[in-house]
Design a protein around this ligand. Sequence first.
Ligand SMILES: *[C@@H]1O[C@H](CO)[C@@H](O)[C@H](O)[C@H]1NC(C)=O
Ligand SMILES: *[C@@H]1O[C@H](CO)[C@@H](O)[C@H](O)[C@H]1NC(C)=O
Length: 298
Amino acid sequence: MRLPLPVATLLVLPLFTSAYKVPEPLADFYDLVKNGGCTSFYRGRSDLSDGQGNWGYGFCDDTPGAIYVSGEKHLADMDIDCDGAANCGSLKKNSDFQPETAFDDTLAELGYAIPGKSLNASVIPYAVLGTCDVPVAKNKKEKGPVPELGVVAVVCGDKLRYAVFGDTNGCDDDNFTGEASIALARMCFPDEGLDGDNGHTDHDVLYLAFTSEKAVPGPSGAKWDAKTPEEFEASIKDLGDELLEELFKDTEGRTKVGEVGDYGADKKKKGAAQRIWPEKQTVLGGAAAVVALAGLLV
Ligand SMILES: *[C@@H]1O[C@H](CO)[C@@H](O)[C@H](O)[C@H]1NC(C)=O
Ligand SMILES: *[C@@H]1O[C@H](CO)[C@@H](O)[C@H](O)[C@H]1NC(C)=O
């Protein structure tokens, strides 16, 4: 059957439902840290809770350029933030609903094109990072390492999703961490029936935030007036890819290839890649030797 051209074009347009494949260095990083790879917690604090009665969580700062939520023996879970959302389950006592999100002042001051004055948890995929006790936002108030409203790479359900740092756990909450907007939660785990009363309880989510100011798309660098979470995510994908690429470069600018260093001894110099690729050193080193040899022979 011949379709009129506009219809045919529509059919081949990528559907927004597809998640992104986890790139290899990130998959290796995930595997490395999943079972408790964190060697240094921000402010030495690893006494936060997952909200399910388990303690030992914090914001891991052992990777230059990044901060990620980690437990002592596993990664984070995903509680649901419903702020601004109208469709978040019963919104009873366990659900986290407030009419505002943490960075509303910035959103207003810089004129972010959001409908309303807060991020809408039903529409914007965002991660909730930092607590009242352990604030992490890089802004006047918190003076932490993670720029507010910056891109966060989230590995969940074997997929990569891009979100922003959109809210914090305020002082009315317990010392909880591992939380996402309902929009992000449903993108991550579409089959789990998640809502304000039901979070994702497995400890297998990597929230990887970037510390560089480059991570902030700003008012014009993302589709803040998106109608769907996928539309918003698509608008920050290029930036997210760039940030990941940058993070997993070693000190000589190579991605994936790094010397296995005494990681932690000199954090400033050694990149994340150096923790990730030890088993590939021999192979890559061998290949480099072959190439060098071939060069000599020509
Ligand atoms: C948030 O978005 C949902 C879905 O588009 C909408 O139904 C709801 O009214 C919005 N909430 C606010 C506070 O604008
Ligand atoms: C959070 O932890 C701190 C100790 O670091 C404690 O003083 C505070 O009461 C805790 N907050 C809540 C709500 O439990």
